[in-house]
Each structure stands twice: as structure tokens, then as C-alpha cells.
Design a protein around this ligand. Structure first.
Ligand code: ADP
Ligand code: MG
Length: 476
């Protein structure tokens, strides 16, 4: 299967490398990538410390580097080449390959469709929508209400220019895929004949490479041009893949021309998609860009109650336990789901043991420990929220000025830092450019004030929720 060049004897290094890469690829999906793509390597040669692998075209250089560079290098290191590097490049004889190059002009996309288009054998037309990723199952709170409302508007009127494309971004496990698929379910419910295509950017890229390899580009383009709603998940994946962006831009422009709805998700905002061409991110921003933020304590509790209702079929979980979970699992919704599932499983396996807070603390010990390390608030997070609320700048807060308009926000930030982070007074002081005594005094002042000023107390409770924490932590 592998072409062995003169520098590597048959049964020699390359075969050993392949074996070691196979060992690293344990999942079926990784294995199938290897089986599909390794035969596309046109040459491989170890020169000094560099293993050069020749491929047919630039997109493959990008894509195969992402997929295979690290595992290949690990294999080489294990085989006694500790500082070896792997470099993918266009092979010298690439021009002679049967691989069809992508066509940069979008003009061909606009041709009327023809029934003689070859079908794309073996390519999924769309990944299945997850059954319960619907609007009914999506709990709305301040962190996602704008994204939810916009998604509803898109679902009700797909293709309308003001919301096209819709770009949803936010951290992992916060509900982007769920919301995106809700649009798909909704559109299909209203119009079962609509063509809704849900696909991850990685699958899209894989299909594209397959189409290139099989000379099936026209069919590939035709297929995407035909969809009414394209739901493209995790587009951050196309960052740094310039060649692919070219094709993606063409597909995208064509869908826009035909007023088809495009919805994308990403873990970062369009402006932060590194290595992404500006004309592409510029187009993303022309529609609607919405963010999903980490849920507040109240929303986390509401989500937990919802999940219990859905999953626990009559089992009773005391409110204090749900509150404990909502308070301690803060990073994302997927972690909340994991926690509640553990509790439900425990109840099922131990029907005679009454569920207590101690048991839950024990059950969730590891997840809560993990939460502490991933979602520890920083003084900077607090400063950001406080300065935004008071309409002052960070340099105002850090300056020595002592006007009341600055002293209150500064002391509020100090108070919240003391209450909500694990930093010491000295460390907090360092972040503010002040001594630990100043931080202590500032925090004490706010503590005294909120005992008597209910307006200030409300402000601070709101800021605490906004930071994803439970206001009850303030009285600890
Ligand atoms: P992302 O795509 O942002 O990484 P997902 O959409 O996969 O996140 O969501 C992770 C899990 O959390 C899914 O099971 C989803 O159903 C659930 N989830 C996220 N947000 C909500 C919400 N607001 N209401 C109910 N479930 C949610
Ligand atoms: Mg997702």
C-alpha cells in the first residue's frame, strides 16, 4: 500500500513508523482517517532529522499536518530519532497526480443544477440531529437569552438577510450545538421537505478532500448549494487552513447568493478566528453574531431542575442537593449533566439509601476538584466585570486617584476578589498595585456598607451572578 522510496528499505523504518502510528490511533474514526489518507502520501524520505512527506496539494499539507504530524513525530522519537521533525510538502511529481485541484472561481457554483451530476457515493448527506436538542429542551437564562431569541428568529424565517449568517460562539459545553440543532428541528417540523444539513467543519473538510481525491468536486459543490439550511458546527476548525477557507468561502458565498440560511458555531468570536482570511470573517460578521456565556447560578439551578424532571422519572432529589451542585459545578452545562447523572445513577443502584448532601459531596468530589482548577475566577475577571458596570477603565481602578467615583468600584473589586477567588491578600494587592492592608481595608469597608446599603448589596449580588457565582458565597 505504501510506496517505499530508496532511502527507506522495505520492512524498514517507514513500516515501523506506520505500525507505531496505528498504535496511537485507537478510535475507529482515527483509524479510518489513517486508512483513507496514508495512501495519498506520494513520497516519504528521511533526510537528516527531517522526515519529508510529499502530498498532492496545499490543502492536504495543512490537513495532514494537523492530523498526523504529532503522531508521526512521536513514532520517530520512539524509533531512536529523538529530535526528528515531520514536514508535509507538495511532492515534486504532484502535477502528474490524478487529483483535481480546487477551482478558485465561484462562478461555476451559480450554474443551474443538472440532473446528470454524479452522486457522491459513500458520503453522508448530513449528520443526524440529536433528538433532544430542541428549543423545548433548552433552558433560557441571561447567559443565552439573546442567542436563543436570535436562533428562534432564524428558525422562523430562515434565509432572512439580517440574521444570515448566524454565528454563535462561546466556550465548550455551553449549548452551541444544542441551539444550532434546535433550529434544524424547528425548520423541519414546519417544513418537512426542507433540506437541512448539519455537519461539523471537520466532516465538511473530510468530504472536501474525498471529493478532490475522487474527482467529485462538481457534485460536492452542487450538494451544498442545494441545502436550505446549512448548520456548520465548530468552524474554529478552519482557522489556519487557508486552502480550505477558499473552498469554504465559495460554498458560503453561493449559499448567501441563493438566500439559503447558514448557521455556524465556534468557540471564539469571528475576530478571534486565528489564521482566517479577513474576507471570510468579514462575511461572517455581516449577519448576526451572538455569544453564549457561562450560565449564572440561577440558570444552572434551573437547568438542573429541568434535567431532573426529564431524567429522573419520579425520583426525588432534595433542593439543597441541586443547590449544592449548581454552586460547585460552574464551568459548563455538560459538567452539570454529568453530575446529575451520577446522582441519579446512585439513587437507582441504592434505592434504600436516602440521598444526603454528604453522599453527593463524596460522589462529586473529583468533578468539584477539577472545577476548582479550571474555573477559578481571577482578579482580572472581576476587574473586567466591575469596570464595565461602573463605566470606568482598568487604569482608573489601578491609579492612585482617590475620588469617590473610583474608590467604590476599586473597593468593590477588592471585596469580590477576597470573597470569590482563592488568592491571598498579598496576591490580590499585587494585582491592584496596592498593599495587602489596603485590600483588607477596602474589602472591610464594602462589607460594612452592604450591611446597611441595600442598593449596593444588590449591585454586588448581581455582579457575583454575572461572574457565574452564587451570591450566597458572599456571606461566607
Ligand atoms: P457546545 O456545543 O457549546 O460545546 P452542547 O450544545 O454540546 O455544547 O451542550 C452540552 C450539553 O449541555 C448538551 O447535552 C446540551 O443539551 C446541554 N445544554 C447546554 N445548554 C443547555 C441549556 N441552556 N438547557 C439545557 N441543556 C443545555
Ligand atoms: Mg458543540
Amino acid at each position: 500500500m505504501f510506496e517505499v522510496d530508496s532511502s527507506i528499505a522495505p520492512g524498514g523504518l517507514w513500516e515501523q513508523i506506520v505500525e507505531l502510528v496505528k498504535k496511537q490511533f485507537t478510535t475507529e474514526s482515527d483509524r479510518s482517517k489513517m486508512e483513507r489518507y496514508f495512501p495519498l502520501f506520494m513520497s516519504h524520505e528521511l533526510k537528516g532529522d527531517t522526515l519529508n512527506i510529499g502530498v498532492a496539494e496545499a490543502l492536504q499539507v495543512e490537513w495532514f499536518t494537523t492530523l498526523f504530524k504529532d503522531p508521526l513525530e512521536s513514532a520517530l522519537h520512539a524509533l531512536g530519532h529523538p529530535s526528528a521533525k515531520v514536514v508535509f510538502d507538495i511532492a515534486e511529481n504532484a502535477g502528474a497526480s490524478a487529483v483535481q485541484k480546487p477551482q478558485p472561481s465561484p462562478a461555476h457554483l451559480l450554474k443551474p443544477s443538472s440532473s446528470s451530476t454524479p452522486s457522491l457515493i459513500g458520503m453522508p448527506s448530513t449528520l443526524p440531529l440529536t433528538e433532544n436538542y430542541t428549543f423545548q429542551n433548552f433552558v433560557v437564562g441571561p447567559s443565552n437569552s439573546f442567542a436563543h431569541a436570535t436562533a428562534m428568529a432564524v428558525a422562523n424565517g430562515p434565509g432572512r438577510t439580517s440574521n444570515n449568517p448566524l454565528f454563535i460562539y462561546g466556550g465548550t459545553g455551553l449549548g452551541k450545538t444544542h441551539l444550532m440543532q434546535s433550529i434544524g428541528h424547528y425548520v423541519l417540523k414546519n417544513n418537512p421537505a426542507a433540506s437541512v444539513c448539519y455537519i461539523t467543519s471537520e466532516t465538511f473538510l473530510n468530504e472536501y478532500i474525498n471529493a478532490l481525491t475522487n474527482n467529485a468536486m462538481p457534485a460536492f459543490r452542487e450538494r451544498y448549494r442545494k441545502v436550505d439550511v446549512l448548520l456548520l458546527d465548530d468552524v474554529q476548525f478552519i482557522a489556519d487552513k487557508r486552502q480550505f477557507q477558499e473552498e469554504f468561502f465559495n460554498t458560503f458565498s453561493s449559499l448567501m447568493t441563493y438566500q439559503k440560511q447558514v448557521v455556524m458555531t465556534s468557540d471564539v468570536a469571528p475576530k478571534d478566528l486565528k489564521g482566517c482570511e479577513e474576507r471570510l470573517t468579514g462575511r461572517f460578521k455581516q449577519g448576526m453574531v451572538v455569544e453564549i456565556e457561562a450560565p449564572s447560578y440561577e440558570t444552572r439551578l434551573a437547568i438542573l431542575k429541568f434535567k431532573v424532571k426529564m431524567q429522573s422519572a419520579g425520583r426525588v432529589i432534595p433542593e439543597e442537593i441541586l443547590k449544592y451542585i449548581a454552586e460547585n459545578i460552574r464551568s459548563h452545562v455538560r459538567a452539570l449533566e454529568g453530575a446529575i447523572s451520577r446522582v441519579i445513577t446512585f439513587i437507582d443502584l441504592n434505592p434504600n439509601i436516602p440521598m444526603t448532601l454528604e453522599i453527593v459531596q463524596h460522589l462529586l468530589k473529583d468533578s468539584i476538584e477539577q472545577e476548582k482548577t479550571i474555573k477559578d475566577l481571577t482578579v482580572e475577571d472581576i476587574m473586567k466585570v466591575v469596570t464595565e458596570f461602573y463605566g470606568v477603565t482598568l487604569s482608573d481602578i489601578l491609579s492612585p486617584q482617590r475620588t469617590q467615583t473610583l474608590v467604590t468600584p476599586r473597593q468593590v473589586a477588592m471585596f469580590l476578589s477576597v470573597k470569590l477567588t482563592t488568592r491571598s491578600l498579598v496576591e490580590i494587592g499585587r494585582s491592584f498595585g496596592k498593599t495587602h492592608a489596603t485590600v483588607y481595608h477596602g474589602a472591610q469597608t464594602i462589607q460594612k456598607r452592604i450591611d446597611v446599603e441595600s442598593d449596593l448589596r444588590k449591585v454586588i449580588e448581581n455582579l457575583t451572578s454575572q461572574l457565574g457565582r452564587n451570591p450566597s458565597e458572599l456571606s461566607k
